[in-house]
Design a protein around this ligand. Structure first.
Ligand SMILES: *Cc1c(COP(=O)(O)O)cnc(C)c1O
Length: 411
């Protein structure tokens, strides 16, 4: 053990020019003037493209890559992602509309989520998208609605696996879960689907998310393939598609390292090679949200006040937890930790100080960064929160306290 303070993974994806962070080829100050007001989220188009190309360069050629819209549903961003990936995953009628508006082939869209309403099922069946059914009752409802519409529903069974992704930020499987059909119930539900005259389109297995452990992710993929083989055996049905949650995470907090995809993709190559022999008709798709878009986004807020209270320097900004719940530490975190943050307008300044950055809300929860060492900032300076491209704006309580919503730009 060494005693050095853990640091954030280097944010080398954003260049600094003239002491300012560069986004979409623009210096931050100029971008802020073009946006016209703060706070705002900015997503760097080139970085989205670069990231998808990076993943594709490592993935086996036969594996399809899907973008999970819930990570960032901004329509312009989804439009960009739609031309880069092989499919889109949605989890509501709203996201379905965003996905269909891109013009992507509806057959490559999949709709997951417990508690889909009849209206949502109708819209999804009418559009011809894959429905990831999450219960036996939902199978019956989809079949009934399909009959009424005169359209055969495209059904993928979401499986609640009998394993989970270890060390993941968010566990989505293993044990009792509201998501998916328990693995042991899958053969029975396959018979149910068959008896309704519906052709099963595949299995969907999502075992966890936000993992930075390559070996744990690879192991979860291996287990998912094994489970799919077992279920294919047990149901004695062709499984045209195997849809896997990738589980890829990005580093947010001090001490976390970037995930190395190489061992994961080498393992996937082995798995798909053996699948080709055992289930030659099965195509594999990998679903990822955060990993594809999270590092390409920044949240930018302006310093409104700088004050000292009993020895602590506070920078009060116009942005806060109402726009960026995750950075405030209130989106599922157990212990509050700081996101990587910078004074984006003073990247080259040498004089540093320890500050706490807060938002404008009248609640002590509205902290963007607690006791961080930054260049000395003053009223008017721009604070940047990195790793903000996923689960930012759309995962925040924008209406809380009645401040205006942030703008979003894709540059
Ligand atoms: C949320 C979700 C994903 C994406 O998770 P990320 O951690 O953002 O990659 C993939 N598949 C399903 C079914 C999801 O609900």
């Amino acid at each position: 053990m060494n005693n050095e303070k853990p640091v954030h993974a280097p944010l080398s994806q954003f260049e600094v020019v003239g002491g300012e962070v560069l986004i979409g080829g623009l210096q931050l100050g100029r971008l802020a003037r073009r946006v016209g007001s703060t706070p705002f989220y900015a997503y760097d188009r080139a970085k989205l493209i670069e990231r998808v190309h990076h993943v594709r360069s490592l993935l086996p050629q036969t594996v399809r890559l899907h973008y999970s819209i819930k990570a960032n549903p901004m329509p312009a961003l989804v439009q960009q992602m739609a031309v880069l990936v092989d499919g889109l995953d949605v989890a509501s009628a709203g996201e379905l509309r965003t996905a269909l508006d891109t013009g992507i082939d509806p057959a490559t869209i999949s709709f997951a989520g417990p508690g889909k309403t009849d209206a949502e099922l109708s819209q999804a069946i009418a559009a011809g998208v894959m429905i990831n059914v999450e219960s036996s009752k939902e199978i019956d409802r989809a079949a009934r609605i399909g009959d009424a519409l005169g359209i055969a529903p495209q059904i993928v069974m979401r499986v609640n696996p009998d394993f989970e992704l270890k060390n993941s930020g968010m566990r989505m499987s293993g044990g009792a879960k509201p998501f998916g059909i328990d693995a042991e119930m899958v053969p029975m539900c396959a018979r149910q689907i068959d008896s309704l005259g519906i052709t099963l389109q595949g299995l969907h297995i999502f075992s966890g998310s936000q993992s930075l452990k390559a070996m744990a992710i690879a192991e979860s993929h291996t287990q998912a393939f094994e489970l799919a083989r077992r279920l294919a055996d047990a149901t004695r049905q062709v499984i045209p598609g195997l849809y896997l949650g990738a589980g890829f995470g990005i580093p947010y907090f001090a001490g976390e390292q970037r995930l190395d995809l190489s061992p994961i993709c080498e393992n996937l190559q082995k798995l798909t090679d053996s699948l080709d022999q055992q289930l030659p008709a099965t195509r594999v798709s990998l679903e990822s949200g955060r990993y594809l878009v999270g590092e390409a986004g920044l949240y930018v807020a302006r310093v409104i006040d700088r004050k000292e209270s009993r020895g602590v320097i506070f920078l009060v900004t116009d942005g806060g937890l109402h726009h960026h719940l995750a950075a405030s530490g209130n989106f599922g975190q157990v212990i509050r930790k700081n996101y990587p943050v910078a004074v984006g307008s003073r990247m080259a300044d040498k004089e540093h100080e320890t500050v706490t950055i807060v938002g404008p809300l009248c609640t002590p929860l509205d902290i963007l960064a607690d006791k961080v060492e930054l260049p000395r900032a003053d009223v008017g300076d721009l604070i940047v929160i990195f790793q903000s491209g996923a689960y930012g704006f759309s995962a925040s309580p924008v209406a809380f306290l009645g401040h205006p919503p942030p703008l979003e730009v894709l540059v």
